[in-house]
Design a binder for this molecule. Structure first.
Ligand code: TXA
Ligand code: MG
Length: 327
C-alpha cells in the first residue's frame, strides 16, 4: 500500500479555490481520496486507473467490493475511449451531459480503469458531471475519477460538505466544499448493454420521461441479484436512517415524525419536514437527504407522505423504499 495516510481531522477547502484544487490534484495523483461536490450528491473521488487508490475508497466507505464504481470524465471523447457508446448512447450523452446521467456500456479493451473499480465486470459506468472542480481534476490527472457517494456504505448520501465530514472524517484526505448539491439525488443509470433496448438501472436526477423523449421507452431492470449485482448494486436496504420508516402515510401516528409533501397542515406537536410545500418534485429531491438526516436525528420513527411516482418522484420513492426496507 503506497497511498498517503489520511489526516485525523479531514480539512474542508473551497472547491473554487485554485490552491485547494492544486492540493486535491496532488493527493489524487498520490493515490489519495478526495470528496467533492457534484450536482447530485458529494462523491468520494480517486484515480480510477490506480487500484491501490480505489481500494482506499472501498476501505474508507466500508463498501462491499462487488459493487462497482462510476467513472467520471471531463469530455465525451474520454467517455468514448472508455466504453462503446452506440447511437442511443451518443443521443443521450448529447441531450443530458454534462448532467446527472450515468451510462453503462461495454468496456473498451484494454481499459485503463482498474478491475477493482469495475468490480471485474466487462461493462463500465461512465458519467460526465456538471461539477467544474471534478472535470478540472480529471483533466489535470488525464485519468477518469472513480467516485461513489461520499458516505459510509449503506448510510444516507451526502448533499453538503458537512454531511461528508460527519460520515467520513479522518478516513479521507480532503473535502472540497461547493455548497449544497442542486439536484440532491444520485444520477439516473441507463444500461446500453442490450443493443436497441436501453434499460433504466436506477432512477435518479434525470426523470424517465425526459430520457424517453430522446431514446424511446426504457426497459426496466430485473430484480437485482443481492449477492452479486451485475446490474447496479441495488442492495435493498440502502440509504438507511437509524429510525424506522413508514411509507404512504397520510398523517403521522403518535410518536412519529413526519416527512411531508405538498400542502399539509403543520402542528407544533410533531417533528415535521415538508419536502416541498408547493408540491414541486425537483425541490423535493433537493431536500430529500437533508430531511431524512434531520428527522432521523430527531425521532425513532419516521412517517412519509405519499409522493407521486412521476418525474423525479420515481427517484425519490426509490430511495424512500430502500430507507424503509427490512434490515
Ligand atoms: O450521482 C451519482 O451517481 C453519484 C455521484 C458521486 O456521481 N455517485 C453514485 O455512486 O451514486 P454510487 O457508487 O453510490 O452508485 C453507483 C451505482 C451502484 O449502484 C453500482 O452498482 C452501479 O452504479 N454501477 C457501477 N458500475 C456498474 C456497471 N458496470 N453495471 C451496472 N451498474 C453499475
Ligand atoms: Mg451511494
Amino acid at each position: 500500500m503506497n497511498r498517503p495516510i489520511p489526516p485525523s481531522d479531514t480539512p474542508i477547502l473551497s472547491a473554487t479555490d485554485p490552491a485547494a484544487l492544486e492540493e486535491a490534484a496532488r493527493l489524487l495523483k498520490a493515490g489519495g481520496c478526495v470528496a467533492l461536490p457534484t450536482e447530485t450528491v458529494y462523491g468520494l473521488a480517486c484515480d480510477a486507473t490506480n487500484a491501490d487508490a480505489v481500494a482506499g475508497v472501498y476501505e474508507a466507505k466500508g463498501r462491499p467490493s462487488f459493487n462497482p464504481l462510476i467513472c467520471h470524465v471531463d469530455t465525451v471523447e474520454r467517455a468514448r475511449a472508455l466504453i462503446d457508446l452506440d447511437e442511443t448512447g451518443e443521443q443521450l450523452a448529447d441531450a443530458f451531459w454534462p448532467g446527472p446521467l450515468t451510462l453503462v456500456a461495454s468496456k473498451r479493451a484494454p481499459s485503463p480503469v482498474s478491475d477493482l473499480a469495475a468490480a471485474g465486470l466487462d461493462s463500465l459506468a461512465v458519467r460526465l458531471p456538471r461539477s467544474e472542480a471534478l472535470r478540472a481534476l480529471v483533466s489535470r490527472l488525464d485519468a477518469p475519477l472513480a467516485a461513489p457517494s461520499a458516505n459510509a456504505s449503506g448510510t444516507i448520501s451526502p448533499t453538503t460538505a458537512q454531511h461528508v465530514k460527519d460520515s467520513l472524517n479522518g478516513r479521507i484526505h480532503l473535502i472540497l466544499d461547493g455548497g449544497a448539491c442542486p439536484v440532491g439525488v444520485e444520477s439516473t443509470i441507463v444500461s446500453l448493454l442490450e443493443p436497441g433496448r436501453p434499460t433504466l438501472l436506477r432512477p435518479g436526477g434525470v426523470a424517465r420521461e425526459q430520457l424517453e423523449t430522446v431514446c424511446g421507452a426504457l426497459g426496466r431492470a430485473g430484480a437485482a441479484n443481492q449477492a452479486a449485482p451485475t446490474a447496479p448494486g441495488q442492495l435493498t436496504s440502502h440509504y438507511a436512517p437509524n429510525a424506522s420508516v413508514r411509507l404512504n402515510a397520510t398523517a403521522p401516528l403518535a410518536g412519529e415524525s413526519y416527512l411531508g409533501f405538498g400542502a399539509q397542515p403543520e402542528s407544533d406537536d410533531i417533528v415535521f419536514f415538508n419536502l416541498s410545500p408547493k408540491g414541486d418534485l425537483v425541490e423535493a429531491a433537493t431536500n430529500l437527504f437533508t430531511a431524512l438526516r434531520w428527522l432521523d436525528s430527531a425521532s425513532d420513527r419516521i412517517a412519509v407522505a405519499p409522493i407521486p411516482e412521476t418525474g423525479l418522484g420515481e427517484a425519490i420513492n426509490d430511495r424512500l423504499r430502500r430507507a424503509a426496507a427490512e434490515r
